[in-house]
Write a protein that binds this ligand. Structure first.
Ligand SMILES: Nc1nc2c(ncn2[C@@H]2O[C@H](COP(=O)(O)OP(=O)(O)OP(=O)(O)O)[C@@H](O)[C@H]2O)c(=O)[nH]1
Length: 393
């Protein structure tokens, strides 16, 4: 079941490696406000984080970034040059930035490694990564995967999925959001924390209960069905028996998924629940090292192995190509020599044969003409003569 209030396994700052927290969330869920809040929290704790902004379209970020995609890629220029709309512009900017991921990780690794020239420099304990508001552009793009895998190869990385709690309070919107979270987990393959934001407006206890108590969700489902209110506050209330049974089976299916999540309720506006969030970060960082890192390394090794195989195949193909073209010349030479020796049927020889044939025909024709002239063979018989000559040269 969801580890909604798991005890902290130590201060997040005590881990030897820093933890990267990648914030994703639907537009308006409060991602930027949340980033601002956790950034301020860490500054207050005198543990300033390393901040990476991957949102090329953000106009005013309320916090400073150490690495900012906007410093390398001009989103508006990308839109203009490639004739793209806003989403295409963000995607292309991310793709362009992903080509520099080695430099980004290089900078990051340099910063988190101890500096012999400055031994008193405070180590970085948290890396905060802000992502574009268009969640699908990041989560479902190749560049998003490349960037995340690169971070995860450098430091333990966890995903914080920010949810707008007041807009998730009906059974159907809750289920939609959970399915989306599930798809993100499958896609990113990194430990995930569900951050129920805006708890100053709507407490997240209902969500925690629904995730841990199947009967409680069933009761809420029955209530929504009775009220014909599957859309909740923001829906149209289009409840049907089909919807009820669908939500029912989905909630059963998601039980296993919930078991792998940490769930926290926060108010980014007032800063409540942030301690609990960092406890969950610590828990997930440990989980990353225990469960995800070996899997990531296995995938990386497989990729390397496949790359090696591809390279070997290419090399093999090339060598075979060289062998064919290398041996082709002598072989062609051999064939020519053999042809000459054996009088084989090379193209040139057949031309010679044709020539000989032609000359023979010509001679016979002339002889025939001469003979015809001499013997007055009529033209009609001449063809027969030639024919006979052909058959009995
Ligand atoms: N009441 C309340 N409002 C919040 C909270 N967090 C964010 N908001 C409000 O929600 C709105 C959206 O917040 P943002 O932080 O801009 O959301 P976002 O997810 O970054 O949005 P995009 O930039 O579109 O991706 C703003 O009006 C915030 O003030 C919260 O904890 N409580």
């Amino acid at each position: 079941m969801a580890s909604t209030s798991a005890p902290p396994s130590g201060d997040a700052g005590e881990t030897s490696q820093p933890v990267a927290i990648v914030c994703v969330g639907m537009a308006g869920s409060g991602k930027t406000t949340f980033m601002q809040q956790i950034n301020a929290y860490l500054h207050r704790k005198k543990e300033p984080p390393y901040v990476i902004n991957l949102d090329p379209a953000v106009l005013h970020a309320p916090f400073e970034s150490n690495i900012d995609i906007r410093d390398s890629v001009n989103y508006k220029e990308v839109m203009k040059q490639y004739n793209l709309g806003p989403n295409g512009g963000i995607l292309t900017s991310l793709n362009l930035f992903a080509t520099k991921v080695d430099q980004v990780v290089g900078l990051l690794e340099k910063r988190i490694a101890p500096d012999p020239a400055n031994p008193t420099r405070k180590p970085i304990k948290h890396i905060l990564v802000d992502t574009p508001g268009q969640i699908e552009v990041f989560v479902w793009s190749a560049s998003g995967t490349i960037l995340l895998e690169s971070f995860a190869s450098a430091v333990p990385t966890v995903v914080a999925y920010i949810i707008d709690t007041p807009r998730t309070s009906s059974t159907s919107t809750f289920m939609s959001n959970m399915l989306y979270a599930c798809s993100i987990l499958y896609k990113l393959k990194l430990p995930m924390i569900l951050v129920f934001n805006k708890t100053d407006v709507k407490d997240a206890s209902f969500a925690k209960e629904w995730m841990t108590d199947y009967d409680a969700f069933q009761a809420a489902l029955a209530e929504d069905e009775d009220r014909n209110a599957f859309g909740g506050q923001e829906g149209e209330g289009a409840g049907t028996g089909y919807m009820g049974s669908l939500l029912n089976s989905m909630s059963l299916m998601l039980e296993e998924f919930y078991a792998h999540l940490s769930v926290v309720g926060v108010s980014s506006l007032y800063g409540t629940g942030i301690d609990e969030f960092f406890e969950a970060v610590q828990e997930k960082a440990e989980e990353f090292k225990r469960d995800y890192q070996p899997e990531l390394e296995k995938r990386r090794e497989e990729r390397e192995e496949n790359k090696k195989k591809d390279r070997e195949q290419e090399l093999d193909k090339m060598m075979r190509g060289m062998a064919v073209s290398g041996s082709a010349k002598p072989q062609v030479g051999d064939i020519n020599d053999d042809d000459v020796v054996e009088g084989g049927s090379s193209g040139d020889d057949s031309v010679d044969d044709d020539e000989t044939e032609k000359e023979g025909l010509q001679a016979r024709y002339e002889a025939a003409m001469h003979a015809g002239a001499e013997s007055n063979i009529p033209d009609a018989s001449f063809a027969k003569y030639l024919f006979d000559q052909e058959r009995n040269p």
